[in-house]
Ligand binder design. Structure first.
Ligand code: C2E
Ligand code: MG
Ligand code: MG
Length: 721
């Protein structure tokens, strides 16, 4: 007997190109267990061995030696194509080949290049359609099983295969009516589930199901639930309907008290060719949707050809990266870190460089984002780390003293490697003490999974590694996460402070606050991106000691770095030390200590910097918690913020809000506190405790620091008891 299809877990990936297999593996491994074959012979061996457990095969046609057709022919003759669905991977200009593959029993084909998400959905749908069809042939009570599975019980919408069928009928029967396919999913849905719990997550899916259902009835649309947080709906292509859909989704979200960061997003594809396969139509809608994923400013996007080009460009880049790994084109530069007081080198950061055979030296920004998306980054990172360790070993073997080198870690590395173990093995291999390799972790790698990253950091610490938090101040970071994570050194990047000529004073104040807070948390700081002497001056006055930037050194190749190290007058082997807090020399513009204990006690949680000029309040900067608490966008124009304040502060409390800032001026370092009623969309009232501290006067405006706390529960408890 063959295995029951519902328990089949394997996907067999057959492709001779490693990076292709890797992409497919990364895409599918959450839902299926990947098996890999790099040629036809291996594929056939695996098929024979795992016959009963293979749910689907992804088959590349062009391979050296036994190719995809050979595999298909073997399967066809052995009647295996009746039992296992085969999806052929091919470029769309190979029509004759695809025809031939179909005649040999392939069930579908994916044209390259494809986007990962689309592929995943298509694979899962194929499995469910194929096995359902097969099951139906055997089952006596066909209709019962159909009826049972027609409607998804959670969302009340059609299940995916029924949805595809219904859409097919509708498009075929009304070819001249203008229709569009809208793909819907929820931004950061995983995160949503984590914050609010699964039950709330289900409730959210149900809510979307309900609102799509309403369109079904009103416009005779067809709505389906495709699994996960993916929905699709076929509706008349009318601006009014789409606009309404967008507006309603936002309103419902706010009604339920969910944050805007978890908004449903819409991708729209207008159907021009009624003969286009339904799956392709749905894919196009999801391609459009993918273009605005995690982009707070857009809720809806229309499909266009550029999106396809983008996918193709990434594909070309990836193939080139794979070649470059083979040809050993990746290397690293070193950028010295300096003690600002002496100008001496205390260590360096390793930065990846791609020395491309045709294009010359390529900086990371040109390739890292794409590699990060599909996980290939880890391969390149490992190469860099290995080379760094190798160099350190060599340097020591040549009889020199070594300085620590920090390497960059991307989010994917943490989750795809047994991370700490990997590093321990690495330094063991090169016989290096763990203090010579430091790890830089950026905020984006911990923000989505604080617990897991935190646990890994603890393990790394236990193994003797130092952890640097990279790019602090780029937006997500908050001091709260610093408290939760056991970080050794904070890296603040000047470029995130936007200290241009116009905003200089503000940027400086914000920087100063960050520096002071870090000092209070007893965290040493390295300032990145120092380009001018004035900056050195300013920062040392604030109490910063270490920096990295073009003012000192640009990233340089290993040979140039070696030359520097050989000049003893340029090197300081003392390493990075924490400045004593009482040694910190505060900037003395206000003639008194800028930060009081009260302030420091309130640096955790939601914080913001305000500027008041006459009776306008501007929000200069806010952190993630503030954003979550107050329903705010990161980028809110001044006028929008004014409107936001007017609409959200309870009318009776508005005067109190402005009074707070005046009171804070009077109280100085003690600051001022007030509880203010705050409304979400004019309905849901909450109590927010504002603590405001004056930072600095400049000309007509004043700068303040605010910490916020949602204390609705305290008030509710008081009312109830
Ligand atoms: P990062 O880790 O924050 O590295 C600092 C970046 O700032 C480097 O850019 C460096 O060249 C640049 N920089 C340093 N001083 C100055 C300055 O004074 N002015 C200006 N304008 N820029 C300065 P780079 O080398 O292009 O690297 C960019 C980012 O790519 C890095 O930011 C890091 O996040 C990532 N990256 C670099 N190498 C690796 C690696 O091996 N693995 C991983 N996963 N990421 C890496
Ligand atoms: Mg770095
Ligand atoms: Mg950085």
């Amino acid at each position: 007997m063959n295995g029951n299809p519902t328990t089949r877990k394997n996907v067999l990936i057959v492709d001779d190109v490693e990076v292709n297999r890797l992409i497919l593996k990364n895409t599918l491994e959450n839902d299926l267990v990947p098996l890999e074959a790099a040629n036809g012979d291996d594929a056939i061996k695996i098929i024979e061995e795992h016959l009963d457990n293979i749910a689907v095969i992804l088959l590349d046609l062009n391979m050296p030696g036994k190719n995809g057709f050979d595999v298909l022919e073997y399967m066809f003759e052995a009647h295996l194509t009746d039992d296992i669905p085969v999806i052929v991977l091919s470029s769309s200009d190979e029509e004759a080949k695809i025809e031939k593959a179909f005649s040999l029993g392939a069930i579908d084909y994916m044209p390259r290049p494809f986007s990962a998400r689309l592929l995943l959905r298509r694979v899962l749908t194929t499995i469910s359609l194929f096995h359902r069809k097969k099951a139906m042939a055997f089952e006596i009570d066909k209709r019962f099983s159909m009826a049972e599975n027609r409607i998804d019980p959670l969302t009340g919408l059609y299940t995916s295969n029924i949805f595809y069928n219904q859409v097919y009928d509708k498009i075929k029967n009304a070819p001249r009516r203008s229709l569009c396919m809208v793909a819907v999913d929820i931004d950061h849905f995983k995160l949503f589930n984590r914050f609010y719990g699964r039950a709330k997550g289900d409730e959210y899916l149900r809510l979307i199901g309900k609102s799509l259902k309403a369109y079904e009835e009103k416009y005779s649309a067809i709505a389906g639930y495709l699994g996960g947080d993916d929905f699709a709906i076929l509706i008349p292509n009318r601006q009014g309907i789409l606009g309404d859909m967008k507006k309603r989704a936002r309103e419902e979200l706010l009604d339920r008290d969910y944050e805007l960061g978890y908004a449903p997003k819409f991708g729209v594809f207008s159907i021009e060719d009624p003969t286009e396969p339904v799956m392709d139509i749905v894919d196009h809608a999801f391609t459009a949707l993918a273009s605005i994923r995690t982009d707070y400013t857009h809720l809806m996007a229309w499909y266009n050809q550029d999106m396809v080009r983008h996918v193709r460009d990434e594909f070309v880049l990836l193939s080139d990266v794979e070649r470059a790994v083979r040809d050993n084109e990746f290397t690293f530069y070193l950028q010295p870190k300096c003690n600002m007081l002496s100008g001496k080198i205390v260590g360096a950061e390793a930065l990846v460089r791609w020395s491309h055979r045709d294009k010359g030296m390529i900086p990371p920004a040109a390739f890292l984002p794409v590699l990060e998306k599909n996980g290939f980054i880890t391969k390149v990172d490992q190469l860099v780390w290995e080379k760094v360790c190798q160099w350190q070993r060599n340097w020591i073997d040549n009889g020199h003293d070594a300085l620590p080198i920090s390497i960059n870690v991307s989010r994917n590395d943490m989750f795809s490697l047994d991370f700490t173990d990997y590093f321990l093995k690495l330094i063991e291999k090169y016989r290096l003490p763990s203090n010579l390799i430091e790890l830089e972790i950026t905020e984006s790698s911990y923000i989505e999974d604080l617990e897991r990253v935190g646990a890994e950091i603890n393990k790394l610490h236990a193994a003797g590694f130092s952890i640097l938090m990279d790019d602090f101040g780029s937006g997500y970071s908050s001091l709260n996460s610093l408290k939760e994570l056991d970080i050794d050194v904070l890296k603040i990047d000047m470029k995130f402070l936007h200290i241009d000529y116009e905003n200089q004073a503000k940027g400086v104040s914000i920087l100063e606050s960050m520096v002071n807070m870090a000092n209070q948390l007893r965290l040493p700081i390295i300032i990145e991106g120092i380009e001018m002497y004035e900056q050195v001056n300013l920062l040392t006055e604030m109490g910063c000691k270490y920096a990295q930037g073009y003012y000192y050194y640009k990233p340089i190749n290993v040979a140039a770095y070696e030359d520097l190290l050989l000049d003893e007058s340029k090197v300081d082997f003392g390493g990075i030390q924490l400045s004593e807090v009482d040694q910190v020399h505060m900037m003395d513009l206000s003639e008194e200590k800028l930060f009081s204990d009260e302030m420091i006690n309130n640096i955790l949680g939601a914080i913001a910097f305000y500027e008041i000029n006459g009776d306008t309040v501007r929000l200069l900067r806010l952190n993630e918690q503030y954003y979550n608490m107050m329903d705010m966008d990161y980028v809110m124009a001044d006028s929008e913020y004014a409107t936001h304040l007017r609409q959200s502060i309870y009318p009776e409390d508005r005067d109190k809000f402005f009074w707070l800032f005046k009171k804070a001026d009077e109280n100085g370092l003690r600051g001022a506190t007030a509880d203010i009623r705050y409304m979400k969309d004019g309905v849901d009232m909450r109590w927010i405790r504002f603590r405001i501290f004056p930072l600095r006067k400049q000309n007509d405006s004043r700068l303040y620091y605010g910490s916020l706390e949602d204390i609705t529960e305290i008030y509710q408890n008081n009312e109830n008891g």
